[in-house]
Design a protein. Structure first.
Lengths: 202, 89
C-alpha cells in the first residue's frame, strides 16, 4: 500500500488486521495446548500461536476450542486450543517438537515395560537384559531445539489420572463402608427386638 | 474419565510467555500518510495496538497501527465496524 499525502480511495484493497493477545502456555499435547490469557478469545477463532523460549520463537497455527473465565481471578481466561495442520510443520513448529518428545517417552515406557516383563519371567527378579525389540525412533533434527527446551521445562502429568482413579476408588469404599455400617446397625437392632419377643432367646 | 484426554499432556513447570495472533479480514476504504480507514466484521477497542497487512495491486506491506476510532456501521444489511487506525510506523 502506497501512502500518499491525501486520502485515497481504495475499494478493492483488502487487508489483514491482526490482534496480538499475550498468553502463557500452561500445558501442551501433540494435538493442542492450554493457554492462559488476560483477554477473552471467541471459540472457533483461528490464529497463530507464537511462543518465546529463551530468545527463540516457535510458531504454529491453532484454533480456539474453549475459553473459560477462571473464577475469582478477575479477567484471567483459560484458552484451550488445537493445532491446525494447515501446512507441513517447519523448523520452528511447536507440534513437531511435542510429537518428538512423545515418541521418546513412548519408547522409554515400552523399554521399561519390556524390562519389567522379562524380569518377572525369569522369576528371581534379576532376570536377563531386556530384548532389543524396542523401536528407537530417531528425533527429527529440525525440531530438536524446541524439544530440548521443552524437555527441560515439562513434567509429565501421566500420574494425574491414576490419582483421580485412586480418589474415586477411595470415595466408593468410604460410601460402601458407611452403608454397610448403617445396615449392620439396623439388622442388629431388629435381631435384638426379635430376641426379646421369642421366649428362651438370649 | 476414560477418553477425556485424547492425548498425553505435558505441564510446564514454568509457563512460557507467548502471543496468540488473531487475524481478521478487512476492507481498506481510505488511507493517508497518518491514518487508514478499514471496515472490519469485528469491533476494536480504542487505543488497541494492531498490525495491518495489506495486499492489493502494490507490494504487500505491514503497518503497526493504533485504533483511533471504532464505529458500528450497517453495510448491505450486515453489521460491520468502521475503524480509524493511526499509523505508528
Amino acid at each position: 500500500m502506497r501512502m500518499k499525502a491525501r486520502a485515497v480511495e481504495g475499494p478493492d484493497l483488502i487487508g489483514l488486521l491482526a490482534r496480538s493477545v499475550p498468553t502463557r502456555l500452561i500445558d501442551i499435547s501433540r494435538t493442542g495446548c492450554l493457554l492462559e490469557s488476560q483477554q477473552r478469545v471467541d471459540e472457533g477463532t483461528v490464529g497463530e500461536l507464537k511462543l518465546d523460549v529463551e530468545r527463540e520463537t516457535f510458531v504454529d497455527d491453532v484454533r480456539v476450542i474453549r475459553c473459560v473465565l477462571v473464577e475469582g481471578s478477575g479477567s484471567v481466561y483459560l484458552v484451550g486450543a488445537e493445532f491446525l495442520q494447515t501446512h507441513r510443520p517447519g523448523e520452528r513448529s511447536i507440534r513437531l517438537a511435542v510429537g518428538s518428545i512423545l515418541r521418546e517417552l513412548v519408547t522409554r515406557q515400552t523399554a521399561r515395560r519390556v524390562r519389567k516383563t522379562s524380569a518377572s519371567q525369569s522369576g528371581d527378579g534379576k532376570g536377563t537384559a531386556a530384548p532389543a525389540i524396542v523401536n528407537e525412533v530417531p528425533f527429527n533434527e529440525r525440531g530438536s531445539a524446541m524439544k530440548e527446551r521443552l524437555v527441560r521445562f515439562i513434567r509429565e502429568d501421566e500420574g494425574q489420572d491414576l490419582i483421580e482413579y485412586a480418589l474415586l476408588g477411595g470415595l466408593i469404599i468410604a460410601v460402601g463402608a458407611a452403608l454397610i455400617t448403617s445396615i449392620g446397625t439396623g439388622v442388629k437392632s431388629q435381631l435384638t427386638t426379635l430376641c426379646g419377643v421369642i421366649p428362651g432367646c438370649s | 474419565m476414560a477418553g477425556r484426554r485424547r492425548d498425553q499432556r505435558f505441564q510446564l513447570s514454568v509457563p512460557w510467555e507467548g502471543a496468540l495472533r488473531l487475524p481478521t479480514d478487512v476492507i481498506v476504504e481510505r488511507c493517508s500518510d497518518h491514518e487508514v480507514w478499514v471496515v472490519s466484521p469485528t469491533p476494536a477497542h480504542r487505543d488497541e495496538m494492531l498490525t495491518l497487512d495489506t495486499a492489493g495491486s502494490g507490494p504487500p506491506e505491514t503497518l503497526r497501527v493504533r485504533v483511533a476510532d471504532s464505529v458500528p456501521v450497517l453495510m448491505d444489511g450486515v453489521m460491520r465496524h468502521r475503524l480509524r487506525l493511526a499509523i505508528i510506523r
